[in-house]
Each structure stands twice: as structure tokens, then as C-alpha cells.
Design a binder for this molecule. Structure first.
Ligand code: FEO
Length: 135
């Protein structure tokens, strides 16, 4: 069983965005699995890099639609995105220079943040995007 399992309760009813969320889940699961297998930093850092880069790609996609459709909660949602990227980037730098370890707490944070964000902030745009014809 994976660390995070996708199910329909995570769907935001837009295929492109659901696919991106699945990719983020896949990367967090990869990180979890690699840690459990006792992989070293040289193995874990590229996964962490990919997670940061792909988060950026995903957030940019949502924000592109926010701007295109003038989504009223754009600023608040963007702040949540930047907070996540800043936190994970800070961690990656500390991990890289040896002042932090990849802890279970960090993995739990990644899991909880993503699930809570999808079921909280992301879910709020479902009706709005559907009214704009996004599928
Ligand atoms: Fe799917 Fe707002 O991140």
C-alpha cells in the first residue's frame, strides 16, 4: 500500500489538474519509499528536487486559470502555494548542507499539506471552474 492513495474524494473535476495532483502524490510516495528502503541523500535529493519543480509547474497551471477567469480567491490561494514551495525549498537546502534530516515528520507534513490543500483550497474552485467550462 502506498503512503498516499488517490481516490475520487481528491478529484477537482478537471482532468489536467487531477493528473498533476496524481503526479505530486507519486513523487511523495517515491520519497517515502526511498526513505523506507534506506536510500542515501544522493538518491533522495533528486526526488525532492523533482517534487519542488513539479509543485511549481502545478501551481502555475492553477494560477494561470485563476488569472484567466478572475478567480476571486486568487491571492489567498497563491499565498498557500508560495508558502509550500518556500518551506520545502528551505528544507531541501538544509538537507543538502547536512543541517536537517529527512524525517517522518517531514513526510507527514508533505502528505497532510497536499491532502488538506486539495480538499480545502483546491476544492473551493470546483464550481467556479465548472461554470467556466473547464473539465
Ligand atoms: Fe492543487 Fe492549489 O494546488
Amino acid at each position: 500500500m502506498d503512503f498516499i492513495e488517490w481516490d475520487d474524494s481528491l478529484s477537482v473535476k478537471v482532468n489536467e489538474i487531477d493528473d498533476q495532483h496524481k503526479q505530486l502524490i507519486r513523487l511523495i510516495n517515491e520519497l517515502y519509499k526511498a526513505k523506507k528502503e534506506g536510500r542515501d541523500k544522493n538518491f533522495l535529493l533528486p526526488i525532492l528536487d523533482e517534487l519542488i519543480n513539479y509543485s511549481f509547474v502545478h501551481f502555475t497551471t492553477e494560477e494561470k486559470y485563476f488569472i484567466r477567469f478572475r478567480y476571486p480567491e486568487t491571492e489567498k490561494h497563491q499565498r498557500a502555494h508560495s508558502g509550500f514551495v518556500d518551506k520545502v525549498t528551505d528544507f531541501k537546502e538544509a538537507y543538502y548542507d547536512g543541517s536537517a534530516t529527512l524525517s517522518d515528520d517531514l513526510l507527514e507534513f508533505l502528505k497532510d499539506w497536499l491532502i488538506n490543500h486539495i480538499k480545502g483550497e483546491d476544492r473551493k474552485y470546483i464550481d467556479f471552474f465548472q461554470k467556466k467550462g473547464l473539465k
